[in-house]
Design a protein around this ligand. Structure first.
Ligand SMILES: [Zn+2]
Length: 327
């Protein structure tokens, strides 16, 4: 049996990433203009951001890839990474009132992704809060730059195509566009954002909730090894999310990743890890102090290599199990 101190209750990763020339997340496209995400802070400061939804999607995708490749259980919907998850694979769940706990146990047993990333099933009505949570990735004040670039796609005597990466696509200045016009029979101009900056991020992984049925507070997985495998998957997915944040527009705006720095906070007993935004310049010192008072361990990283090492070490440990919960 594993010693109690080798168990991981919660892990938080907080810090700053430096991403250049990306457009990982956008408000949407109106006409031919794609708008970057803008967020407003408490004091009215407008800044650049990448949503928690996008970050969670990236983490979920890297989780899915590992589950698929390692033949770990995935429900019918998650086999093909459908966003509805358990709700699209609920036809054989018990639907009677009072059967919610049984239904939830079935979902947790049969799907790694539904367990780790949560879902909402409409009938029977069962809901699972994700074990992996992300806040907005948000631009640090005065360390953000945004540009709106004009691009043109044109065709010689042919209809222009809206397909990305089509022949005849190039970035041109306004002047060049006018010069090019006499030879061009079809042309489409469009505006695409490009952003660079230092971004603050916060994310929390509640390892203790892996496989936990939160209708009756029992663990749905009988084998602790199964919980451990899911725990490892989530940590590896974190590693890949920071190394490869594959969000939007990576076809033409694959981010130039310059660096990452921050803290990994690890609670090995049933206490919540403290959270504080890396928007604060003193977040490291403050969090170290808070963590120390709660008996939470802190590992610092100043590059992706160190973060990878910390996550590899954490993978050797085991997810915490509530001692009062039975199987
Ligand atoms: Zn699923």
């Amino acid at each position: 049996m594993m010693a109690k101190q080798e168990q991981v209750f919660e892990i938080a990763i907080v810090g700053r990433v430096t991403w250049n020339l990306h457009s990982l997340n956008n408000e949407g496209t109106i006409g031919n203009v794609t708008e970057p995400r803008t967020v407003v802070l408490w004091d009215g400061t407008k800044t650049d951001g990448v949503s928690g939804e996008m970050m969670k999607h990236i983490h979920a995708f890297w989780t899915w890839l590992q589950a698929k490749e390692n033949n770990l259980p995935l429900c019918f919907a998650c086999q093909s990474f459908q966003p509805q998850r358990a709700d699209a694979a609920s036809h054989d769940l018990p639907r009677d009132r009072g059967q919610e706990a049984n239904a939830l146990t079935q979902v947790l047993e049969r799907c790694v992704l539904c367990d780790l990333h949560g879902f909402l099933v409409q009938r029977p009505t069962i809901h699972r809060q994700s074990t992996v949570e992300f806040g907005w990735v948000v631009g640090v004040q005065e360390q953000i730059h945004r540009d709106l670039h004009i691009h043109a796609r044109h065709a010689m005597g042919l209809q222009g195509t809206e397909q990305e990466g089509s022949a005849g696509e190039e970035e041109v200045s306004g002047e060049e566009v006018r010069q090019a016009q006499p030879e061009v029979t079809a042309q489409m101009l469009y505006h695409r954002p490009t952003r660079s900056g230092v971004y603050a991020f916060v994310t929390l992984f509640q390892a203790w909730r892996i496989g936990l049925n939160e209708v009756n507070y029992t663990y749905a997985l009988n084998d602790e090894n199964d919980r451990k495998k899911r725990y490892e998957l989530a940590l590896t997915a974190y590693e890949w999310t920071f190394k490869r944040p594959d969000g939007a527009m990576t076809a033409t705006r694959l981010p130039h990743i310059e660096g990452a720095e921050g803290l990994v906070l690890v609670a090995k007993t049933a206490v919540p890890v403290p959270l504080l935004s890396p928007l604060r310049e003193d977040y490291r010192q403050q969090l170290r102090d808070l963590a120390q008072k709660q008996g939470v361990e802190v590992c610092e990283f100043d590059d992706l290599v160190k973060l990878t090492e910390i996550l590899s070490e954490l993978r050797q440990l085991n997810p915490f199990k509530l001692s009062v919960a039975s199987q």
